[in-house]
Design a protein around this ligand. Structure first.
Ligand code: SIN
Length: 488
């Protein structure tokens, strides 16, 4: 990958607001700089939308709504199927943009592009399976008919960590359901989504269905939209504190909400686990996306009989990973997204070591440029180490031990979060018992990866509510209408 390739991909990315099928500058003329986390250098400037721009995007979404809702489901599905193919046709370019703005390695970015594309294929197939019901009333005097209809204009707010996939798992079901939308990508990583928007338009998505506004201040564009009674739904992926604020704002217009919020995933390894599989799964659960994922394993609880060996083997694997600029040949671990993210990781590791944790490998941030942190394993943590309670969002694996299954469950469930937990055991009864007892929306049983467009992704407790992907994903964008039919 040469600098020429970088420049070509960067120059091909649109940088304006996409409203009513047209690219335009921000009405206030403002722009936001997007940086390369591997060098700290600026890449491009994108438009900084004003509240008026956000409302213009909602005007377009509202105007396109009835036509899109009435478009045959097969046609909506075919647009999505063409988008799936077009994303694959542009996989190298999209992956490079994603790496340049977010930092992850090119191999990781390609996996993300393929993951994103799969949401369009899945929801292309779901568009034609929006079903209702028909029943006799218990008295037999009436017939009960239900139908499912698009909720209306949606606001989709996406995070910086998976710039393509998180938007795609909202756009896919919204388009399939017949909704129109305004999408606000994260200001740190808007370029790949802007390019994807252009690809969607080329795939035949009519004007006004998808509108995209980038902004330096999220609330400057989301608040006017949420205060406008024409908006009917918000789907948000991001932190729990921001999710709480959006819920308060959404109460005014009683908006439908989907909230995919923070996590603090425990990774449990029992004495009877296949240790090769557990170590391989731990590398995936920890290192996917540089650990910058809400489903990343945040803490490892390992049964006493295998703790020493598991720790040694995990440290061996993580210390062998090549750290470097994401677009360089051979890089396995890129930089973290910015200085704030890197400093948060430094702070949590320092807190743990100040309280007695031992650094088994890593434990430092190499000098810049770029915001790197070495893959790290910590052992001997004190119970009050913040890293066991707070989401680290970086390549750090803190390991603690447990004696019994009951202790493992107490540790795993001792958090306000409830997104995902990972369990490694070869015992069938324990697999089911522990999976049932975990307070999470998802469980990885002998696997370090739960993310799958065909499965319902989502959490409980402070990790939010609503499901994305699978059969449930489209339901977030549909209202059920009931028609009472008299037979008298
Ligand atoms: C996330 O980090 O928000 C989700 C990651 C995934 O879909 O795997």
């Amino acid at each position: 990958m040469t600098r020429d390739d970088w420049n070509k991909a960067l120059q091909a990315a649109p940088t304006g607001l996409y409203i009513d099928g047209e690219w335009r500058e921000a009405s206030g003329g403002g722009t936001i700089a997007v940086h390369d986390p591997g060098t700290g250098e600026p890449l491009r400037e994108v438009a900084d939308a004003t509240p008026a721009d956000a409302l213009a995007a909602l005007d377009a979404a509202e105007a396109a709504g009835p036509g899109w809702a009435a478009t045959p489901p097969r046609e909506r599905g075919e647009v999505l199927r063409r988008a799936y193919q077009a994303i694959h046709d542009h996989i190298d370019e999209l992956a490079l943009l994603c790496t340049l703005e977010m930092g992850k390695s090119l191999a990781e970015s390609k996996t993300e592009v393929a993951y994103a594309a799969e949401f369009y294929r899945w929801f292309a197939e779901e568009a034609v399976r929006i079903e209702g019901t028909f029943a006799r009333s218990p008295s037999n005097n009436d017939r009960l008919l239900t139908m499912r209809q698009p909720v209306g204009p949606c606001l989709l707010i996406t995070p910086w960590n998976f710039p393509l996939a998180m938007g795609s798992r909202k756009i896919g079901p919204a388009v399939a359901a017949g909704c129109t939308m305004v999408l606000k990508p994260a200001k740190l990583t808007p370029l790949s989504m802007l390019r994807l928007t252009e690809i969607m338009a080329d795939a035949g998505l009519p004007k006004g269905v998808l509108n995209v506004v980038t902004s330096r201040s999220a609330s400057a564009v989301t608040k006017p939209l949420m205060d406008d009674p024409r908006l009917r739904k918000v789907s948000f992926t991001g932190s729990t504190p921001v999710g709480r604020t959006l819920m308060e704002q959404g109460s005014r217009n009683l908006l439908r909400l989907s909230m995919e919020l923070g996590g603090n995933a425990p990774f449990l390894v029992f004495d009877d686990a296949d240790l090769d599989a557990a170590v391989a799964g731990a590398v995936v659960a920890k290192m996917r996306n540089n650990g910058e994922s809400c489903v990343a394993a945040n803490r490892f609880h390992v049964q006493e009989g295998v703790a020493e060996e598991f720790t040694r083997r995990l440290a061996e694997k993580l210390s062998a990973l090549k750290v470097g600029h994401g677009a360089e040949e051979g890089t396995q671990v890129g930089p973290l997204v910015d200085a704030d993210q890197r400093d948060k990781v430094v702070e949590l590791v320092t807190d743990a070591t100040d309280k007695g944790a031992k650094v088994v490998t890593g434990g430092d941030a190499p000098d810049g440029p770029g915001f790197f942190y070495r893959p790290t394993v910590l052992s001997g943590l004190s119970e009050d180490a913040r890293i066991l309670r707070e989401e680290v969002f970086g390549p750090v694996a803190p390991i603690t031990t447990f004696g019994t299954e009951a202790e493992a469950l107490e540790l795993a469930n001792g958090t306000e979060f409830g997104l995902v937990a990972y369990v490694y055991t070869r015992e069938l009864n324990r697999s089911l018992r522990v999976s049932e007892a975990l307070d999470t929306g998802m469980v990885g049983l002998n696997t370090g990866l739960v993310s799958n467009p065909a499965a319902p992704f989502g959490g409980i407790k402070a990790s939010g509510f609503g499901r994305e992907g699978g059969r449930d994903g489209i339901a977030e964008y549909l209202n059920t209408k009931y028609v009472a039919v008299s037979t008298g």
